[in-house]
Design a binder for this molecule. Structure first.
Ligand SMILES: C[S@@+](CC[C@H](N)C(=O)[O-])C[C@H]1O[C@@H](n2cnc3c(N)ncnc32)[C@H](O)[C@@H]1O
Length: 336
């Protein structure tokens, strides 16, 4: 059992304390709070900051160090499966809030339920495990099939101290883009600028931009009505102000004016929307173009051919490999 700093609060104030410590991302991960007589001990990442936060709310507390039980088993899913079958293979999966989404390897076909249970054993907070199918249609939603646990694929995910509610069966959401979203906010978008998030989904880019660069003014557009509903909910949950439009980017782009940055996070179909997006970039503004391609140069050439204004590649980043031949790239393109 790991020894960790804690703050202890009276039992009747514990729920309020837990909420604020969680909101401030101060709770230690993967360990359980516990009761001692009439106090509840919360293991924390930084006892000093946790104390200040509680003090501000007038919640009395004591601080110290103690051992806490883990909520995560420190074995991998592969090790748990190996214990059951005597063999195993790598199992790719993501934990999104209290849901896991797994790609079942061919070798484990017929053992889906065991894979789901192994994930739930390793991640005690996971309530349900879904097998992922292909991404479909313009809404870019994955087919999901529950293989363990209970309840729907509706969950609340945390990323960079922001909260995202999402129905994974009806909306696109990819937790693996967390680093890219942070880098976009930290390295690309300038203070005080105006941004159009043209394919906003449930709002991760919009919310994280506002969280990291509060002086930006963001307008978001989304076609999927369910994702749009979660986008509005996530703006509220994170106390972020942004204009949001439900509709087709092609139509919304005619109503919203021009921006310093237009973000096109629709990598499979980006080439079809170049004209639409370029229309919304102010002279000398920038297009943030995500595209799956063999290399950044090919992605840019395709964009240049489709743009009806002169464009210049300022920088690019390989976000992640997509297949043996292709990667997801982010291009920062100046539009003259
Ligand atoms: C790859 S997802 C990205 C979502 C979000 N930016 C994120 O990072 O999670 C692309 C999004 O574009 C939306 N979309 C597809 N076609 C659209 C269109 N014509 N106009 C507006 N949004 C569209 C899809 O519904 C989907 O939510």
């Amino acid at each position: 059992m790991p020894e960790l700093p804690y703050v202890a609060v009276p039992k009747h104030m514990a729920e309020r304390a837990r909420r604020v410590l969680s909101r401030e991302d101060l709770l230690a991960k993967d360990v359980k709070a516990r009761r001692e007589e009439d106090m509840v001990l919360f293991p924390v990442r930084d006892a000093g900051r946790a104390g200040s936060v509680l003090e501000e709310l007038g919640i009395p507390y004591e601080a110290g160090e103690a051992e806490f039980e883990r909520t995560v088993e420190h074995r991998s899913v592969e090790e748990v499966l190996e214990d059951s079958f005597g063999w195993s293979v790598p199992v790719p999966y993501d934990v999104i809030g209290d849901v896991a989404v797994v790609q079942i390897p061919d070798e484990l076909r017929g053992h889906e339920r065991e894979v789901g249970r192994a994930i739930m054993k390793v991640h005690r907070r996971v309530r349900a495990v879904f097998e992922r199918g292909p991404v479909r249609g313009v809404f870019r939603v994955r087919d999901l099939r529950r293989i363990a646990g209970k309840g729907p694929a509706v969950t609340e995910h945390r990323e960079h101290r922001c909260r995202f509610r999402v129905d994974l069966a009806r909306c696109y959401f990819n937790p693996r883009l967390a680093t890219e979203r942070r880098l976009l906010a930290e390295d690309v978008v300038e203070e005080g600028s105006t941004v159009l998030d043209l394919f906003a989904g449930v709002g991760p880019i919009t919310v994280i931009l506002k969280r990291f660069v509060p002086s930006v003014e963001v307008t978001a557009c989304e076609l999927n009505p369910v994702a749009y509903r979660y986008l509005l909910e996530n703006l509220r949950l994170n106390r972020v102000e942004a204009r949001a439009f439900l509709g087709d980017a092609r139509e919304v782009s005619r109503l919203v004016g021009r921006f310093d940055y237009v973000i096109m996070n629709v990598p499979k179909m980006a080439h079809r929307f170049v004209e639409t997006a370029v229309r919304c970039v102010r002279p000398e503004g920038r297009l943030i173009y995500y595209r799956i391609a063999p290399n950044a140069e090919e992605a840019f050439e395709e964009l240049r051919r489709k743009a009806d204004r002169p464009v210049e590649l300022e920088s690019h980043r390989e976000v992640k490999p997509y297949s043996p031949e292709e990667s997801l790239y982010r291009l920062v393109v100046r539009v003259h």
